[in-house]
Ligand binder design. Structure first.
Ligand code: FAD
Ligand code: NAG
Ligand code: NAG
Ligand code: NAG
Ligand code: NAG
Ligand code: NAG
Ligand code: NAG
Ligand code: NAG
Length: 593
């Protein structure tokens, strides 16, 4: 681990192919584009450039409007509404800039002035690659800080940047089916690589699933309504309940079209710009260029058997933690058999009928499964053992779903629950460790030492979340799919996530203490969940201040990623928090170190 870290700093200090860098141009400086230059840029970009204020501006100061503020208050927890507002992201703590004590919360007192925070000063509402090229060239010419923003769902503050130009891809929602996709440069005798779909940069999961269902096909995607498929999701790897049968979303990417830092609109696939293709599959969003579309493999809309399990034990009893341990010991064979699930451990749960208990709940299923009876036969021993360990029967139900798409369309019909300040910390646990004799016990002890907060259910702070969202096809792609995805995914079983948050009126010093405790105390506890030497976590569900992010997010792939960053973006136009190459910049990406 240590030697990797030293290696990165060697590259950085040796200035490997790094062009001379200066701070980004700020509005107060003479380098800032004049009014006429902004106007001329706007014309090149087809009138799609707009000055931008935080979404909460209409609730404060001179911009106050009781009607507009009422609309904002009505919609502030709705992910679709937030995604549609260029002056918002989904987790409003990232809109603020605590270091400068700037925020502009919709619900904070009207008398508090609206601070711009990390919200961009201008937005380019792109509708085509040509618009994006205009934005990239303008930003480069004037040395502007750039933020690429799609749905704004990112948990680590990567879709915002202070004092910046936002390139917004949210409006690019074209979708195309290919019965036999032919990547550019492909010349195989069979004429193509099979069934695939091309998705524009702004397509959200719900839109994708609804459209796939209409076409009677399916693709690998996440469990959410408003997450963008081709932005941060697939470029970060993209996990799914279907990854166990088809691989990670990024394993299924066949081709990207992307506007790179020099302004060219390129195609990256296995045949052209293959090093960029390698980096785009797992190297992280906002780093390689502005992706305009992604083509991914599509599949039959196969059946799915879903299930849910829940139950509890006496509050904080040893029986509860024994059940937690047993649950974890069941996961390797469950995942090996093709099962995937999300689970929540809620040690302090005020249930209306059970009273004050410690709870476990899980939801998931088996992709491509045709028999509900076979799934029940597999799951019931777990359900009964949990009941016998805790002394109270667990509830279980399952459903045969003829087409997996309908699960996603039905389950994620409503918007994601967002709009409150939330930060995450996380860790991947490997299958090998969980299968080892001491594994489940050690995992349980580490989880038991994490503090959870009763009552904070909307923030998820009352629970530890586990995601079993990789599995057989992801493991089988080891040595088959060569991409920037952290190699630990090829051995991973569970991604464990801890959420923290605060209220909009929590003093900044207290917010920073919660953040520091997450980074310095809680993430290190999570790191003890698995002693794997190349352990890591999922960069899309991680701490925005992750220490040693290079190892955590990319492991042994980092050295190559860093070199490719210098090749494709030598001036570091595209820098995101804890992204590749970000160690050469200050935390906001405004000045080189
Ligand atoms: C409710 C919820 C559910 C989730 N469920 C899942 C899940 O099931 N599986 C999973 O793997 N993840 C899941 N995630 C995590 C999700 O993958 C990340 O939040 C991801 O960053 C979202 O990407 P986005 O493009 O929609 O968001 P944004 O915040 O807009 O962008 C994320 C990052 O990608 C960059 N980016 C966006 N568009 C482009 C583009 N066109 N070109 C280049 N860079 C771009 C941005 O600069 C930023 O760095 C979930 C998150 C939430 C909030
Ligand atoms: C860009 O042009 C459009 C259309 O003419 C206009 O509505 C918008 O205000 C302009 N943006 C700026 C920053 O002037
Ligand atoms: C931060 O801003 C708030 C609201 O304007 C103000 O009340 C508070 O005193 C400021 N805190 C600091 C440390 O400047
Ligand atoms: C989206 O599709 C429409 C209609 O086919 C087309 O005119 C437009 O150019 C496409 N946009 C992009 C960004 O590909
Ligand atoms: C799904 O099941 C069918 C029938 O059993 C099988 O032919 C097919 O290979 C399976 N697909 C995957 C991706 O596992
Ligand atoms: C204990 O296990 C048996 C099967 O082995 C099952 O029938 C019974 O319901 C379980 N008890 C509880 C409380 O779940
Ligand atoms: C830091 O986190 C640990 C583990 O969750 C917790 O026990 C401790 O109370 C936290 N400390 C503070 C100051 O919040
Ligand atoms: C969450 O719960 C803890 C403990 O009850 C409390 O201190 C904290 O303020 C709560 N946070 C929010 C955002 O409600």
């Amino acid at each position: 681990m240590r030697s990797h870290t030293l290696l990165y700093s060697f590259f950085a200090s040796a200035g490997l192919a790094v062009a001379a860098k200066s701070c980004r141009c700020l509005p107060s400086e003479s380098c800032w584009p004049s009014h006429a230059e902004w106007q001329s840029f706007n014309r090149t970009a087809n009138g799609r450039v707009h000055a931008l204020r935080p979404v909460g501006a209409v609730c404060h100061g001179s911009a106050y409007s009781s009607a507009a503020c009422a609309v904002a208050q009505e919609n502030e927890y709705d992910s679709i509404w937030r995604a549609d507002q260029p002056g918002a992201v989904e987790w409003p703590n990232w809109e603020a800039w605590p270091e400068l004590n700037q925020s502009c919360y919709i619900d904070s007192k009207k008398s508090i002035p609206c601070g711009q925070g990390r919200i961009s000063l201008y937005t380019l509402q792109a509708e085509s690659a040509v618009d994006i090229q205009a934005g990239v060239k303008f930003a480069r010419k004037h040395n502007l800080r750039v933020a690429i923003r799609n749905s704004g769902h990112n948990h680590a503050g990567r879709s915002v940047a202070p004092e910046s130009l936002q390139i917004n891809t949210h409006l690019m929602v074209n979708k195309t089916v290919h019965t036999n996709f032919k990547p550019a440069g492909y010349n195989g005798a069979d004429g193509g690589v099979g069934l695939a779909v091309t998705l524009g940069a702004g397509v959200e999961l719900y839109d994708m699933y609804t459209w796939l269902a209409e076409n009677d096909i399916m693709a690998v995607g996440g469990s959410a309504h408003g997450v963008g498929v081709t932005g941060g999701y697939i470029q970060g790897g993209g996990h799914s309940l279907l990854a166990g049968i088809h691989g990670m979303a990024s394993d299924n990417a066949l081709e990207f079209t992307v506007v790179v830092a020099d302004g060219r609109h390129l195609t990256a696939n296995a045949y052209q710009n293959s090093d960029l293709f390698w980096a785009l599959r797992g190297g992280g969003g906002g780093t390689w260029g502005v992706v305009t579309s992604v083509t991914v493999r599509a599949f039959d809309d196969a059946p799915f058997v879903s299930f849910s399990i829940s139950g509890g034990a006496e509050f904080e009893s040893d029986e509860y933690w024994n059940a937690v341990e047993f649950f974890h010991s069941f996961l390797p064979k469950f995942n090996e058999a093709g099962g995937s699930l999300y689970y929540w451990l809620i040690p302090d749960y005020p249930d209306s009928t059970l009273g004050h208990v410690s709870a476990i709940s899980a939801q998931g299923g088996f992709g491509n499964a045709t028999s509900k009876a076979a799934v029940d036969k597999f799951m019931l021993p777990l359900v009964y053992t949990l009941g016998n360990l805790t002394g109270a029967a667990f509830t279980y139900s399952s459903t045969y779903i003829p087409k997996a798409s309908s699960l996603y369309v039905a389950e994620f019909e409503s918007s994601d629950s967002v709009g409150t300040p939330v930060i995450l910390g996380s860790r991947l646990i490997t299958r090998d460790f969980m299968k080892s004799a001491e594994g489940p016990g050690k995992v349980t002890d580490a989880l038991r030492s994490l503090r959870v907060y009763p009552g904070n259910t909307t923030l998820g702070q009352n629970a530890i979340q586990g995601l079993v969202v990789g599995g057989p096809a992801v493991w089988a792609n080891a040595g088959v799919v060569d991409s920037a995805l952290h190699p630990i995914w090829r051995k991973a079983l569970v991604h464990v996530i801890l959420a923290r948050g605060w209220d909009i009126d929590t003093p900044v010093a207290e917010q920073q203490a919660i953040q520091r405790n997450l980074t310095e105390v809680e993430v290190p506890i999570l790191k003890t969940l698995d002693p794997a030497p190349e352990g890591g976590c999922y960069l899309n569900e991680a701490d925005g201040y992750e220490e040693g992010f290079q190892d955590s997010f990319w492991g042994s792939n980092y050295a190559r990623l860093y070199k490719l960053k210098q090749k494709w973006d030598p001036e570091n136009l595209f820098i995101v928090r804890t992204g590749v190459g970000s160690e050469d910049w200050d935390a906001e990406g405004l000045c080189p170190k």
